[in-house]
Write a protein that binds this ligand. Structure first.
Ligand code: COA
Length: 148
């Protein structure tokens, strides 16, 4: 296996979306449409990465920051490449890029039924916070409200 990590571009969208769709731990929404990813990449060009093996996309991570805290979304590794250290490499590369921007702490959101994902994060040094609850509010209206 000779997997290279590089910055993501919007040309990776189709392959990345196909990978995400096949992984139950990845929740998809209207924030994953091509134009939304394009905007996210424009704001976070250094911290969104893909892993490639001979030109085939086999992993992703969307790192971003609001200038205060960092966030990782869609850490995903193709099933044939899992448990070989690639998820850890991708996450660390994005965290290193966030740190280089002055970010001191990073958060992630894990679907409550994603026990495998949770084990990965805890095995790689992330602390499960029991003192914070997440509340969300949709800013969409009408028929789009449930898709945001
Ligand atoms: C989570 C995911 C990205 C991990 O990728 P990976 O390449 O298999 O992980 P790594 O091989 O880098 O594992 C890093 C460490 O975590 C451990 N780990 C990985 N998956 C694990 C699991 N399911 N249970 C327990 N430990 C696990 C590894 O043993 C390894 O530990 P080590 O460094 O002591 O050897 C991958 O399983 C995946 O794509 N899952 C589906 C999508 C998903 O749920 N993403 C997270 C969304 S919050």
């Amino acid at each position: 296996m000779n997997v290279q990590i590089r910055k993501m571009t919007i040309k990776d969208y189709a392959a990345a979306y196909a990978l995400w769709q096949n992984l139950p731990g990845i929740g998809l929404s209207s924030a994953d449409k091509e134009d939304a990813l394009c905007a996210f990449l424009a704001k976070n060009p250094e911290t969104c990465l893909v892993a490639e093996d001979a030109g085939r996309l086999v992993g992703t991570v969307l790192g971003g920051s609001d200038g205060r805290r960092g966030y990782l979304y869609h850490l995903a590794v193709h099933p044939a490449y899992q448990k070989q250290g690639l998820g850890k490499r991708l996450a660390q590369a994005s965290l290193d890029a966030l740190r280089a921007q002055g970010i001191e702490k990073c958060h992630i959101f894990v679907l409550a039924d994603n026990q495998e994902g949770l084990k990965f994060w805890q095995n790689t040094g992330w602390e499960l916070r029991e003192d914070i609850l997440i509340l969300s509010k949709s800013l969409c209206s009408g028929k789009d409200q449930g898709k945001c």
